[in-house]
Design a protein around this ligand. Structure first.
Ligand code: UN1
Length: 502
């Protein structure tokens, strides 16, 4: 069966109307084979605005549904995702090029966040706070905020939507979703799965989830719309620089999940087998196309000549090929731009004195697809391209002597998403996690930079945008806080001892 026929088969099974992926002028290409697999139509700016108005009306109904009941919808979504896991994972392999276990892993993240959000639906709590006035009570309530606009990227085309949608829905919000232009098919599939859950739920208002397939113009309407109090956007720092100020200009709230230039430090006491496995997955996994991918490694001088040759050997031996027909560990890059960016980064690294292992184009049997061997580049300096995010499997390796210096360098980039240290020395580990340690939103010890669990708050500092999604108390960004002070006394004492007798 051709890839095109297979995707049609899966989408039909999931209940997606065939007109939505066969008519339209935007061609969808599988990065695995380079073939056209579908074509979709873009919504217009006017339709986008109307859809947001409808989502706002749905919000007015949904906010009154008790949160644990809203959690029931998300529980059903989790059930539907479990049932569709294989199909959804396969779509991700076809449309994004992820290997099978990573495609399935992405769906598992969605199931996990649904479980988390279902429990959360009974845990949306505010504080009761001691007041300075007698006969008064002060408390805070968290209320639904409105329509949440979700702008997602190609590399986690389904999971990022679910982190936002599962929380937003239990919080009483409605969701308008603009997926990456590269991945409309998995979005159509997710929307169909959501509809199944909504149908089982029974009385869900129309407009809880709106999928808007379209280009930048659609995103702009969403970003500028006064009835969208929260915009959660995942993508490049360049995109965030445009979205953030536009949302702020209308006093909207943004949750930004932008670039990463994640580093690992390998200390003298490191369990080197563990470090090797973690860095291999962190840097080569998903063909280096995670925002959490490891892109820089600092190796202590005393173990450098022992550890780095082993890492290079892993780069030489890793299998690269089609995730659909082989069990290769590294699939294709998403498109020609990604491949060109990798090429350019390697050229720039070479000019700075880098020694490259790997990085070459690989003939996987598909002339229009972009397969490359992951590259490891030994760098004499930490500057230039090393300090930038290239969304491809390029790992820069540098020697270090002093841990303070390594930590300073690891922090000396624009992005602040994820980081790790490999050490068995508790002093080094604690220093890395301390106030003067890693400046990232995620700082790990003896595990890789990527593959975060949904239970923790996910996101990073500086040019990563500062947003937090997924676990911990990330839900608060999807609600508005009201502080309530109630006077049950017969007096009217003013705060701060102010008197105002009339
Ligand atoms: C992303 O690449 O945008 O930690 C998200 C990870 C995944 C999420 C990555 N849980 O690698």
């Amino acid at each position: 069966m051709s890839v095109k026929a297979e995707i049609a088969d899966i989408l039909t099974r999931l209940g997606v109307n065939s007109a939505s992926y066969t008519s339209g002028s935007t061609k969808i290409i599988s990065p695995v084979t380079g073939e056209e697999i579908a074509s979709v139509a873009d919504v217009s700016a006017a339709d986008t605005s109307a859809a947001i108005d409808k989502a706002h009306e749905a919000f007015k109904v949904w906010r009154n549904v008790p949160a644990p009941r809203r959690g029931e919808l998300v529980r059903l979504l989790g059930e539907e995702l479990r049932a569709a896991k294989e199909d959804l994972g396969r779509i991700i392999s076809i449309e994004v090029g992820k290997i099978t276990s990573e495609g399935l892993g992405e769906i598992q993240e969605m199931i996990d966040i649904c479980d988390f959000a279902t429990g959360l639906s009974r845990q949306l709590y505010g504080l009761t706070i001691a007041t300075e006035r007698p006969g008064h009570r002060m408390m805070e309530q968290w209320h639904p905020v409105g329509v949440v606009g979700v702008i997602s990227a190609f590399n986690f085309p389904a999971a990022v939507w679910s982190w936002n949608a599962a929380l937003a829905l239990v919080c009483g919000d409605t969701v308008v979703w603009k997926p990456s232009e590269k991945t409309p098919l998995i979005s159509l599939a997710c929307a169909a799965v959501f509809e199944k859950a909504a149908a089982r739920f029974g009385d869900a208002p129309d407009g809880l989830l709106t999928l808007l397939i379209g280009d930048r113009a659609v995103g702009e309407v969403l970003v500028d719309h006064a009835k969208v109090p929260v915009i959660s956007a995942t993508g490049s720092t360049r995109m965030g620089r445009e979205v953030g100020p536009r949302v702020a200009a209308r006093f909207g709230r943004s949750i930004l999940e932008l670039g990463g230039n994640n580093a690992g430090i390998v200390c003298p006491s490191a369990d080197q087998d563990m470090a090797l496995a973690a860095i291999a997955f962190g840097a080569m996994g998903t063909a280096g196309q995670r925002c959490t991918s490891q892109r820089r490694t600092f190796v202590h001088d005393s173990i450098y000549d022992q550890f780095v040759p082993r890492l290079k050997a892993a780069y030489k031996s890793v299998t690269v090929g089609s995730p659909l027909t082989t069990d290769a560990l590294v699939g294709p890059l998403i498109d020609t731009r990604a491949s060109d960016a990798m090429e350019r980064a390697l050229e720039q690294a070479k000019v700075l004195g880098g020694t490259i292992t790997g990085g070459e184009k690989i003939d996987a049997g598909y002339p229009n697809a972009h397969y490359r061997r992951p590259a490891i580049v030994e760098m004499p300096v930490h500057e230039g391209i090393v300090c930038e995010e290239t969304f491809a499997p390029v790992l820069y390796v540098m020697r270090y002597i002093d841990l303070d210096d390594a930590i300073e360098k690891q922090n000396a980039v624009g992005a602040g998403l994820s980081s790790t240290i490999f050490t068995l020395d508790m002093r080094e580990a604690e220093q890395f996690l301390s106030v003067a340690g890693s400046d990232c939103g995620i700082a790990n010890v003896n595990i890789g930079t990527s593959g975060a669990e949904i239970g923790g708050a996910f996101g990073g500092e500086k040019e990563t945008g500062g947003g937090r999604e997924s676990g911990s108390d990330a839900w608060k960004a999807y609600m508005r806080r009201a502080t309530n002070t109630i006077n049950y006394s017969r007096e009217l004492p003013l705060a701060q001892g102010v008197s105002f007798d009339i």
